[in-house]
Write a protein that binds this ligand. Structure first.
Ligand code: PEP
Ligand code: MG
Length: 581
């Protein structure tokens, strides 16, 4: 495709709010073919040394970024870079490249490029889906080393300039977390949906993001000036001066609004008729606890622990105890809901040997994996129970679809408690066990579940995808993915109603909880506890403080009679417009 510096506007899906203005960096841009050229025999050793030095320099760059991410987002997140270092230090890759330099008199560029081409082919054939998807790590390494060898400026993720907008064809959740560095200002992804995991992580990192652009990574060139409008879901490439001026004004106004909201963060989250709504934080990495506290969260409503497992090795029980204890302690006396590993779907880990699946989101995921791999599950349960002595830890099971799963999980929990007792290891004697309501069967059977669980947490991201049979990460069906669909609302209402009947608390941790438009409806449906991205708490609190419970109930009752998601949205927009006045 012909690339020009002309102005273009690309449409996509708004995935993380805010506006980012910066220069584009195309992730995994094709590395140009290296010309075949033989070097003289007396240059061979010099070339080999040049190659080894380059590997060393790139390794140092990656370690620098790793330290940066570690400082800003913690050691667990920084583990992700080990995948790249692991590949960079792979003895086979080194050996083969050196053999091509020494035996065939290839340039270091050519030798490395040929070796990596083979490595890529090998990755494409790997059965383990997680490893196969790590091909982007191979490409990243290839890009970094070849650019360095060519004497060019390093433009890889590990050496981005300030004010960079990363543009990618697709992005794994594990790659998204690498963007947690100050130099990255925004994100544009060809694939994905508003609630794909990369989008959720982008929201946690506060990165304005547009996804589902289909071809942005081909239409944008590294170095282009880009405006990412995460509110409207559009990307302006090489914007004209008036467009740029208008967006700079918007950035200024947002900053001011954030300051105003921060000044009001200590105010209680109470409706005008004095009903308290608990606002808790969803966290993806332990370091987000600070943001949760800063924004006045009343606990952690869901900690997505699986990100601990996306690196290149398993965290031990002791490591988990340390991480969970830190969170539980800093949140005490408020609760911390630790969700057991929700691996599978788009969050794969190389540590699990899994056969390729046609529908990973309907496959080996969440509680199914935990029950099938007891060593994994037990270590986590032990760690949560042990961390529980530092405050109030609760357990949450993801992707539950039947009561048998809850019963089996309870049995493993009892075994683990007995083991800890026998070993004389201190642990929380009472640890509540809840389930995610994210598969419709649980909402439909909520009465039966209520008799066997301590709390419900509505996972509307998956509940929407499973109720409407719409993949949450596929842009072509993104328009059909609608959490305001009356069928989804009905399942939420049924769950809240069952919880109320049985005295089982119900909260919501799906992304709907952080959507200011949805808040009056959720409160009206009877939800008294919302868990959302820490950065969204101040905005949601403003909405809570502006509404009346009695009016919200009327609104919810009216919405439940509507026939389409569009009608619900329209009604909620009318309410939002009244609140803003
Ligand atoms: C959900 O499905 O709503 C949820 C909170 O879990 P996740 O987004 O991690 O699948
Ligand atoms: Mg889910």
């Amino acid at each position: 495709m012909k690339r020009t510096r002309d102005y273009r506007k690309l449409a996509g899906i708004a995935a993380a709010p805010g506006v980012a203005i910066g220069r584009a960096f195309i992730r995994n841009e094709e590395v140009p073919e290296i010309p075949k050229r033989k070097i003289a025999a007396d240059q061979v050793e010099g070339e080999a040394e040049r190659f080894l030095n380059t590997l060393h320099q790139v390794g140092e760059e990656i370690r620098r970024t790793q330290r940066l991410v570690e400082m800003e987002h913690g050691a667990e997140l920084a583990l992700i870079f080990e995948a790249q270092l692991f590949m960079l230090e792979d003895p086979e890759i080194k050996k083969q490249t050196l053999a091509l330099i020494r035996e065939r008199q290839c340039t270091a560029d050519r030798a490395f490029s040929v070796t990596l081409k083979q490595a890529r082919k090998m990755f494409e054939q790997i059965e383990n889906e997680y490893l196969r998807m790590r091909i982007s790590d191979v490409m990243d390494i290839e890009q970094q080393v070849l650019i360095r060898l060519a004497g060019g400026e390093l433009r890889a993720l590990s050496a981005l300039r300030a004010n960079t907008v990363v543009v990618a064809h697709d992005l794994l959740p594990s790659e998204a977390v690498q963007l947690g560095q100050r130099r990255v200002k925004g994100l544009v992804i060809d694939g994905g949906g508003a609630n794909s995991h990369a989008s959720i992580i982008a929201r946690s990192l506060g990165l304005p993001t547009v996804v589902g652009t289909q071809s942005a990574s081909r239409q944008i060139t590294s170095g282009d000036m880009v405006v990412v409008d995460g509110e409207e879901g559009v990307v302006h490439v090489n914007p004209t001066a008036p467009i740029l001026r208008s967006y700079r004004g918007q950035v200024q106004r947002r900053r001011q609004r954030q300051l105003d909201l921060n000044a009001r963060r200590a105010l209680p989250a109470r409706t005008r008729d004095d009903c308290e709504i608990a606002l808790l934080a969803n966290i993806d990495v332990p370091e987000e606890v600070q943001a949760a506290l800063d924004h006045g969260a009343r606990g952690v409503g869901m900690y997505r622990t699986e990100l601990l497992y996306l690196g290149y090795r398993l965290p031990s029980e002791e490591e988990q105890v340390a991480v969970y204890s830190r969170i539980v302690e800093s949140m005490a006396p408020h609760p911390v809901v630790i969700r057991t590993f929700d691996l599978g779907g788009d969050k794969l880990s190389h540590v699990l040997e899994s056969a390729p699946e046609a529908n990973p989101f309907l496959g080996w995921r969440g509680i199914r994996i935990c029950l099938d791999v007891p060593s994994l599950f037990k270590a986590q349960l032990r760690a949560v129970l042990r961390a529980g002595v530092k405050g109030r830890a609760q357990l949450l099971l993801p992707m539950v679809s039947s009561l048998e799963e809850v019963r089996r999980a309870r049995q493993v929990l009892a075994e683990v408690e007995e083991e800890l007792r026998q070993e004389g290891v201190p642990f929380a004697q009472t640890c509540e066990l809840g389930v995610m309501v994210e598969v419709p069967s649980v909402a439909l059977q909520a009465d039966a579940f209520a008799a066997e669980v301590d709390f419900f947490s509505l996972g509307t991201n998956d509940l929407t995808q499973y109720t409407l049979a719409v993949d949450r990460g596929t842009p072509t069906v993104a328009e059909l993915y609608d959490s305001f669909h009356p069928a989804v609302l009905r399942l939420i209402a049924m769950t809240v109603e069952s919880g109320r009947r049985h005295g089982v608390p119900v909260s919501i941790c799906g992304e709907l909880a952080g959507d200011p438009l949805a808040v009056p409806l959720l409160v009206g449906l009877g939800l008294e506890s919302l868990s959302l991205s820490p950065g969204l708490i101040p905005e949601v609190k403003e909405v809570v403080r502006a509404i009346c419970l009695s009016e919200a109930r009327e609104l919810a009752a009216a919405c439940l009679t509507l026939k389409t998601g569009a009608e619900v949205r329209q009604r909620l927009e009318e309410v939002a417009a009244r609140i803003e006045k």
